[in-house]
Design a protein around this ligand. Sequence first.
Ligand code: SF4
Ligand code: SF4
Length: 214
Amino acid sequence: MLTTEQKPLEQLLEYLDREKSVFLIGCRGCAEGCHTGGEQEVLDMKQRLEEAGKTITGTSLIDFMCNESLVRMTLQAHEDAILSAESLLALCCGIGVQATSSVVDKIVHPGCNTVSMGGRHGEWREGERCMECGDCVLEFTGGICPIARCSKMLLNGPCGGSSDGKCEVSPDVPCAWQLIIERLTKLGRLDKLERIVAPKDWSVSLMSGAASKR
Ligand code: SF4
Ligand code: SF4
């Protein structure tokens, strides 16, 4: 069970500040169990965003958003509604946001913070993509996690050691920051990187010992 908490509505409205239309996604897996992204929460979020003046072009519930193939297949049925939205809002764990970002060429806003994997991990087949940090930053990194995928867990840009797109610490893996910058460039949203990120507060993660183990 991946434990998630919904981000405050004020924060989500800041994410959606420039946008009028959004497609909403929930997860019938752990997020439904946590009451952060099941059917009821998607309906509640739809109502709250509409009250805030947003247009919801459509909604979808995916059985397990950590499964990239399932996300791709399910969202194909909503192609028109997704195309007509400026962005997507995902009520699920960090892995679900990343899986969705990998199959949709639009910004996918994280609607939740992942605070613990509860000892289990998602379905992503290329290794762990979420460190359960409790304050998800995928909003600013194009849906690519700098905590799980950058060897130095850098939050304010690359270290400068990347070579040919590979990480200087682990030359067999892509530099996460190269991927982030390429993704945000493609989406025309490099402005997402203009803010300075404060040092991470790991106390908001139920797995707060994780950072010290790296
Ligand atoms: S920023 Fe990364 S580690 Fe933190 S919740 Fe999001 S996906 Fe997980
Ligand atoms: S090369 Fe890229 S992935 Fe590796 S530590 Fe530096 S910024 Fe992080």
